[in-house]
Write a protein that binds this ligand. Structure first.
Ligand code: DAH
Length: 346
């Protein structure tokens, strides 16, 4: 009798002392397993004298039931505790502020190019395009700048090495301005028309705060029977006034570009001081913004249009320069450094 009590006491202690489901399983094996302590006792019953066997067997089975019940109870307690612990560890505080998502933004040059396209769009100008790798013909010859013309020095050019293209004017280069789009457009369209051609251009020169080897230009071209510089001045004033959100004056100073005659340098009122004079405009009240003029007869001719039938104005300006004035950016190189602190301000 006493060894059953002893076994029960020991087993119950072990069961209650098991601190995890795995340990509890060990205890179960130790007492109720195939060669467990109680199992051994049950097996040994066959050697017990006949008269005691029944009684002992009863007691042994009763003990097994007690232990099984106790194990099941402990197991469910341990599982509950495990579950609670897991829940506590995985708890999510839904009141905490979320993590910030870093959104990208449009590049300032994209923003301003879209604004410019929109403004010219309201005046009936559509957008035209041309290749960045251009031929010598479109970039120079067709624009009235033949090979030995001194005006070629106005554009320091990246020539493209490689297969020598024999045909005259077929040498390849990175376009130095957007003016070749004028010729390409006039070759394929019949006037009257008005277009703008924004795009990237390249110059083989040293960089500084106002020069980059690549930047963006916008070419404009309006051709009809009687288009004049008066139209140009109005277009330019409307464009600048809308872009800068205030009345803008425009003046033309005589200048020279091979593809226009007459040619002009275009000044606008200084955005900084409104024309009163400041350090930005060197006290003149004017800031140079574009080149322009009446399309040269040679340019019409090289595009296959008769200069006696058509006339119009062309102009070109740097988009970067306009963006620098609008956003007060001191150095053109900032556009191309991809410094997030700069970019995320737009
Ligand atoms: N293509 C010139 C340049 O890059 C700018 C320019 C001047 C364009 C006069 C024009 C123009 O269309 O008429 O310096």
């Amino acid at each position: 009798m006493s060894n059953f009590d002893e076994l029960k006491r020991e087993a119950l202690l072990a069961i209650q002392g098991a601190e995890s489901v795995v340990r509890l399983r060990d205890v179960e094996v130790k007492y109720l397993g195939r060669s467990g302590r109680l199992t051994e006792v049950l097996r040994g019953l066959k050697d017990v004298p006949e008269n005691e066997r029944k009684e002992k067997g009863k007691e042994a089975n009763a003990l097994r039931e007690v232990l099984e019940r106790e194990i099941a109870k402990c197991q469910s307690q341990l599982q509950d505790a495990d579950h609670e612990r897991k829940l506590a560890a995985e708890k999510i505080d839904i009141t905490r502020p979320g993590k910030k998502h870093h959104k990208g933004s449009l590049h300032p040059l994209t923003v301003i190019r879209r604004d410019i396209e929109q403004i010219f769009g309201t005046m009936g100008f559509t957008v035209a395009e041309g290749p960045e790798v251009e031929t010598e013909f479109y970039n120079f010859d067709a624009l009235n700048i033949p090979a030995d013309h001194p005006a070629r020095d106005m554009w320091d050019t990246f020539w493209i090495k490689g297969k020598k293209l024999k045909t005259e004017g077929k040498k390849l280069l990175l376009r130095t301005h957007t003016s070749p789009v004028q010729v390409r457009y006039m070759q394929t369209h019949t006037p009257p028309f008005r277009i703008i051609a924004p795009g990237r251009v390249f110059r083989y020169e040293a960089t500084d705060a106002s020069h980059e080897i690549q930047f963006y230009q916008l070419e404009g071209l309006m051709v009809g029977r009687d288009i004049s510089l008066a139209h140009f001045k109005q277009v330019m004033q409307t464009f600048l006034g809308t872009l800068f959100g205030k009345d803008m004056n425009v003046r033309l100073r005589p200048s020279y570009f091979p593809f226009v005659e007459p040619g002009a340098e275009v000044d606008m009122s200084c955005v900084q001081c409104g024309g009163r004079g400041c350090s930005v405009c060197k006290q003149t009240g004017w800031v140079e913004i574009a080149g322009a003029g009446m399309v040269h007869p040679h340019v019409f001719a090289s595009a296959g249009l008769n200069p006696k039938d058509w006339q119009g104005f062309a102009f070109g300006f740097g988009i970067d320069r306009v963006a620098m004035m609008k956003y007060k950016i001191p150095d053109i190189r900032m556009f191309y450094q991809n410094d997030v602190r700069f970019l995320k301000q737009f």
